[in-house]
Design a protein around this ligand. Structure first.
Ligand SMILES: Nc1nc2c(c(=O)[nH]1)N[C@@H](CN(C=O)c1ccc(C(=O)N[C@@H](CCC(=O)O)C(=O)O)cc1)CN2
Length: 287
């Protein structure tokens, strides 16, 4: 009795112009590669006329077999297709400044097995988080950014690390520097920021001070893709928490930290599971 090859688990995503026949073609290709479809989600965006699909597959076939089976589908529908090993952790560069809570949550969830990412480096523009990274056994580097030359050097280093470490995702974990348009372009679709407000409210620096001055009854956090339009990138996840008139700005900041951490970690988890598909200025999230 020949031994059966071990079955691997794959995640396939597809984006294309919406038209009949896509699901039929994709599922047919998967079956031709001996794939078993374990989960399939799809969405047709009426706003943009785009079609989105995410498929979880188990199969004894290797990547090349799948790619050969999918090539006609990609060509026929002019589709953007990704095919990832579902078990492989996503290589993630964490950028930080002084705030520890988001970095801590990411590294804690990674170590406890709830976040399938690898973090080759935490890179910061201040030194204060070095001990935190060391606690989790994660390499740490800090490059001060006090002027345009140092900012350019920091960004060159980011690109060097992305190249050297085969980084797939850059996470701005309360990194408080504005990325240049050039770096935003280089990281398009693979840089996630946590903004400490419920966007579109209170963009930019000091959102809690703005919220306190406005007398809001809800504060929140927003995880979004980074673009050159500050805090305008496609939103991935948001959360809010109720507050009232008794809270100072400092108390709002303290209350908001938990929302920031859980919002960013959720967004990174969905990205690591290939559940986030950009749809122009929005995202499709297959949860
Ligand atoms: N290109 C982008 N860069 C960054 C984004 C973004 O959406 N696009 N998000 C910010 C995070 N952020 C709020 O979440 C934020 C951080 C810092 C500032 C800011 O004004 N900082 C300094 C100026 C720093 C600089 O000149 O680079 C300041 O406080 O004066 C605004 C918003 C991260 N980067």
């Amino acid at each position: 009795m020949p031994t059966e090859r071990a079955r691997s688990r794959w995640v396939l995503t597809l984006t294309s112009d919406d038209r009949p026949g896509i699901v039929h073609a994709v599922t047919g290709a998967i079956v031709s590669a001996s794939g078993n479809i374990e989960e399939l989600q799809q969405f047709s965006s009426a706003d943009t006329g785009r079609f989105f699909m995410r498929v979880e597959i188990s199969s004894p076939a290797d990547r090349l077999t799948f790619e050969r089976a999918l090539t006609p589908v990609v060509e026929r529908f002019d589709a953007k297709v990704t095919l990832d090993d579902a078990e492989r952790p996503v290589r993630t560069l964490v950028l930080a400044s002084k705030a520890a809570h988001c970095v801590n949550d990411l590294l804690f969830r990674r170590r406890s097995g709830h976040l399938n990412i690898e973090v080759p480096l935490v890179l910061a523009n201040h030194a204060v988080l070095g001990d935190l990274a060391a606690f989790y056994g994660v390499p740490f580097e800090h490059l001060p950014v006090t002027g345009p030359e140092e900012k350019a050097a920091f960004e060159r280093h980011v690109l060097d690390v992305v190249e050297r470490e085969s980084i797939e995702l850059v996470v701005l974990a309360r990194y408080m520097q504005i990325l240049s348009p050039e770096l935003c372009a280089a990281l398009e679709g693979r840089a996630i920021n946590i903004h400490h407000s419920f966007l579109p409210g209170f963009k930019g620096a000091n959102p809690y001070r703005q919220a306190h001055a406005r007398g809001v009854k809800l504060i929140g956090a927003t995880a979004h893709f980074v673009t050159s339009d500050l805090d305008e990138g496609p939103i991935i996840e948001q959360n809010v928490v109720r507050v009232d008139h008794t809270r100072t700005t400092q108390e709002l900041m303290a209350i908001g930290q938990d929302e920031e951490s859980r919002t960013l970690t959720q967004a990174v988890k969905w990205f690591s599971e290939h559940r986030v598909l950009p749809d122009e200025n929005r995202t499709i999230i297959f949860t």
